[in-house]
Design a protein around this ligand. Structure first.
Ligand SMILES: [Zn+2]
Length: 211
C-alpha cells in the first residue's frame, strides 16, 4: 500500500487529517453573541481542505452550515434569514461597508453573519442567485489582511480562507478574544495538515501542540 493510500485509510473521520496528526484534541468550543451562517457548496464540503467545517466545530451553538448545490434539495435562503441577529452578508462589492468601530457604533449587534464559502465567483453566485439576500447590507473586512492559509493557492492577493474571514470579522463584531481563539486553532490545523501531507511521520506528534 502506498503512503498516500495509507494516509487516506487512516484519516480521522472528524478533522479528516491522518490519525497520527489528528487535531481533534485542540478543538475547544466557545460561545459568542452573534450567529454565523456559512453557505457552503456540497462539493466544497467534501474537500479535506474546506475550512468552514471548523467554524461549526468551534462554535457549535452559533455557527451553522447551510449546504447548496445538492441535486434534489434546492438551497433555500429562508432558514438562513430566520436566524436571530442583525443580518450582514460578508462579501466585498461596490456597496459593502467596512467592518470597524464606526460600523459597530452605527449598527450594533448581535449579528447574523452570513458567509458564502468558496472562491470569489462562487460567493458572487450565491448573492446573485438569491434575491432574498438583496436587502441585506454587504460588509467587508478592513483592507490589508493577508491570509495565512497555505493549503490551497490563493485565488487573489490578500485572499483569506472562509475560516480566517470569519475569525477576522468576529474579531471586530464580537471581541479580539474570539478572533484569537479561532486563529490559534487555525494555525495548529494548517501545521498538522501540512505535516500530514508531507508524509513525514518521523516527527513526534507532540511537536504540533508546541507553537
Ligand atoms: Zn481528528
Amino acid at each position: 500500500m502506498s503512503q498516500r493510500r495509507a494516509g487516506h485509510v487512516n484519516r480521522c473521520p472528524n478533522c479528516r487529517i491522518n490519525n497520527f496528526f489528528c487535531i481533534c484534541s485542540e478543538l475547544s468550543t466557545f460561545e459568542i453573541q452573534s450567529n454565523v451562517s456559512l453557505i457552503v457548496h456540497v462539493s466544497e464540503l467534501k474537500l479535506t481542505s474546506n475550512t468552514a467545517q471548523f467554524v461549526e466545530k468551534l462554535l457549535p451553538d452559533q455557527a451553522q452550515i447551510f449546504i447548496r448545490g445538492r441535486v434534489n434539495d434546492h438551497f433555500s435562503p429562508e432558514p438562513v434569514l430566520a436566524r436571530s441577529g442583525r443580518p450582514l452578508f460578508l462579501f466585498p462589492d461596490e456597496h459593502s461597508l467596512e467592518l470597524n468601530e464606526d460600523f459597530i457604533a452605527t449598527y450594533p449587534g448581535p449579528y447574523n453573519l452570513i458567509v458564502p464559502d468558496g472562491n470569489w465567483n462562487q460567493a458572487k453566485q450565491v448573492k446573485k442567485r438569491e434575491s432574498k439576500f438583496d436587502d441585506i447590507p454587504t460588509v467587508k473586512l478592513p483592507a490589508g489582511l493577508v491570509g495565512e492559509y497555505k493549503l490551497r493557492r490563493a485565488p487573489r492577493p490578500n485572499w483569506v480562507s472562509t475560516y480566517e474571514a470569519v475569525a477576522y470579522a468576529l474579531g471586530i463584531l464580537e471581541s479580539k478574544k474570539s478572533e484569537d481563539h479561532l486563529m490559534a486553532f487555525f494555525r495548529k490545523w494548517v501545521h498538522a495538515t501540512l505535516q500530514a501531507r508531507s508524509g513525514d511521520f518521523s516527527l513526534k506528534k507532540e511537536l504540533i501542540s508546541q507553537d
